[in-house]
Every structure is written in structure tokens, then in C-alpha cells.
Design a protein around this ligand. Structure first.
Ligand code: SF4
Ligand code: F3S
Length: 108
């Protein structure tokens, strides 16, 4: 499962990849294609756990997630980027439906 303390245990890295949303943070280690990091802060997705199930995209009532390409990643070659994490209403549905516990939402 995603480490809910990623903000303490990981460091933010600068990633210059047009595939990803500009204002979504990436928490390392980031070493593509195998290591893609945790994407997002309020709504965080561990890209190294996500296997592109898609339930989060289907169920989020405010469409926080969009697919992004991660070619060559061993789990899946697309991932759920929390592109619109600022729209999140903290319903926690995505956390509940993800089959591999790749998502952490911090209602703060
Ligand atoms: Fe969407 Fe709810 Fe998850 Fe926020 S907690 S990203 S609103 S499904
Ligand atoms: Fe990935 Fe889980 Fe969503 S596997 S696509 S974060 S439901």
C-alpha cells in the first residue's frame, strides 16, 4: 500500500515530463521507467503500485484523475494522475475502490 507518511519519508523531485500535470508534485525516488514515484499531495497516487485498474477514474464524482503514460513501467504503462486534486471533496471513494491501495487522500 501507499505510504501515508510520504511527505516525511520521501523528497519532492523536479520532473520535466510533459506527460504529467504541471502542478502535481512528484515524490521520489523517480527513476523511469521502473521508478515513477508518488504523484500528488492532497490526493496522492503511488505510481509504482498502480496497475491501471481504473476504478478511481470511474468513481471519482469530480473527475480528479486522468490517465498518463508511463511506458516501460513493470505494473502498467498508464497511471491515474491526480491532475485535478484541487477539486477533491474528500469523499474517500477512490481510496476504498483501488484494489491495490495505491491512493492516499489527506482531508487535512
Ligand atoms: Fe475523487 Fe473522492 Fe478520491 Fe477526492 S476522495 S479524489 S473526490 S474519489
Ligand atoms: Fe491505479 Fe488504483 Fe486507480 S490501480 S488506476 S490508482 S483504482
Amino acid at each position: 500500500a501507499i505510504d501515508a507518511n510520504f511527505e516525511t519519508n520521501r523528497e519532492r523531485v523536479e520532473v520535466d515530463d510533459d506527460a504529467f500535470a504541471d502542478d502535481v508534485a512528484v515524490w521520489g525516488p523517480y527513476d523511469p521507467p521502473e521508478k515513477q514515484g508518488i504523484h500528488g499531495t492532497h490526493v496522492a497516487v503511488d505510481f509504482d503500485i498502480c496497475l491501471a485498474d481504473g476504478a478511481c477514474l470511474e468513481d471519482c464524482p469530480v473527475d480528479v484523475f486522468t490517465w498518463v503514460d508511463t511506458p516501460g513501467h513493470p505494473e502498467s504503462e498508464i497511471k491515474a494522475e491526480p491532475t485535478h486534486e484541487d477539486q477533491c471533496i474528500d469523499c474517500m471513494l477512490c481510496v476504498d475502490v483501488c484494489p491495490v491501495d495505491a491512493i492516499d487522500v489527506d482531508p487535512g
